[in-house]
Design a protein around this ligand. Structure first.
Ligand code: HEC
Ligand code: HEC
Length: 295
């Protein structure tokens, strides 16, 4: 907080407290003008309820002073006057850190027990699976769906078709470091609409579509432009995250329109990194959970 605002807030708070003390003391001494104590004030409600000029009970007044004393004590103990940190040294961030520390101390022994376990064994351990499942529910379902079946652009993690692979090392990298897919914009290289249409047909022919003359006319182009990433047979390459184009499983979709869109506009799917959030042990538990989905 800049110095000006520190003083503004601190002085404002102190002046306000002093004003409260003055107001209560002053108003305790006030009564209606020209009316003796213990006499009727002259106000009447509902015909028969009348107001007497009695001072407020002393205990009521003391309550006010007690709350003010409490506030002053609070302001000395806790951060409440601008930049002043309070005598107890409490802070919101500090409380959060302490709670995180306590949680880590509680859970870390459990995670460590699993960290020492073999990956495949871990993927079959009921306790680890329950942990993995709850981590998945908290952090992954927004994109991959509560059943892990994904949606267009968000891969299905239950179908055993892996863009980036499902070995222990590959899953740890995917979840820990994230993945950035780069399918380039290739329309300009395909020589106009007819070239694009033929390439779409060729891609479809790889997964059982008709391999007619138009489709096959795009094969040399596929070898020149696409095979570096998708492989000469179109079966994909895990190093680039290039999907297998010969199965019936599509990340974005296998219709003529969608394949066309992929080739014309390119695709840049991004799986965010979670390593810093989870740490090594939880990343491994989650990777084993993902692995178990297709075993
Ligand atoms: C530089 C590497 C690279 C090249 C070259 C490349 N692709 Fe891709 N392609 C990818 C990647 C990576 C993806 C996945 C994109 C994603 O996950 O967002 C992809 C995705 C696709 C898809 C979507 C598959 C699905 O399941 O929805 C199609 C179709 C496709 N590519 C066709 C082609 C064709 C045809 C060519 C050549 C004209 C080509 N690609 C060239 C890397 C490449
Ligand atoms: C913000 C959305 C988002 C979140 C959150 C997210 N993912 Fe992903 N994930 C993606 C996208 C998009 C891809 C595909 C990247 C690409 O196109 O290559 C992906 C890819 C993957 C893959 C690779 C699939 C393959 O075929 O190789 C795995 C495994 C995965 N995610 C697991 C997870 C796990 C576990 C979590 C929870 C910690 C998670 N994801 C959270 C969006 C997300």
């Amino acid at each position: 907080m800049p110095a000006f605002w520190h003083w503004f807030v601190a002085a404002g708070t102190i002046v306000f407290v002093i004003w409260c003390i003055w107001l209560i003391t002053w108003s305790a001494k006030q009564g209606p003008q020209n009316v003796a104590d213990d006499d009727l004030v002259g106000h009447k409600w509902d015909g028969d309820i009348e107001e007497w000029n009695n001072p407020a009970p002393k205990w009521w007044l003391y309550l006010y002073f007690i709350t003010i004393a409490w506030a002053i004590g609070y302001m000395i103990a806790y951060p409440s006057l601008g930049n002043y940190k309070g005598m107890l040294g409490w802070s919101q961030a500090g409380q959060y850190e302490a709670e995180m520390q306590a949680a880590t101390e509680n859970y870390e022994p459990i995670y460590e027990k699993f960290a020492a376990m073999d990956f495949v064994e871990l993927s079959q351990n009921a306790e680890a699976q329950a942990l993995g499942k709850s981590l998945f529910a908290s952090y992954c379902t927004t994109c991959h769906g509560s059943d892990a079946r994904g949606a267009a652009g968000y891969p299905n993690l239950t179908d055993d078709d892996w863009q980036w692979g499902n070995t222990e090392a590959e899953l740890l990298t995917t979840i820990g470091n994230g993945r950035q897919a780069a399918m380039p914009v290739l329309a300009p290289a395909l020589g106009g609409d007819a070239g694009i249409d033929n390439m779409v047909k060729y891609v479809k022919s790889l997964s059982g579509g008709e391999a007619d003359a138009e489709a096959m006319s795009a094969q040399p182009m596929f070898m020149a432009l696409c095979s570096a990433c998708h492989g000469p047979d179109g079966k994909g390459n895990k190093i680039f995250g290039a999907p297998n184009l010969t199965d019936e499983i599509w990340l974005y979709g296998g219709s003529t329109e969608t394949i066309r869109e992929t080739i014309v506009n390119g695709r840049n799917g991004q799986m965010p990194a979670h390593g810093d959030l989870f740490g090594e042990n939880r990343t491994k538990i989650l990777a084993a959970y993902i692995y178990s989905l297709t075993q």
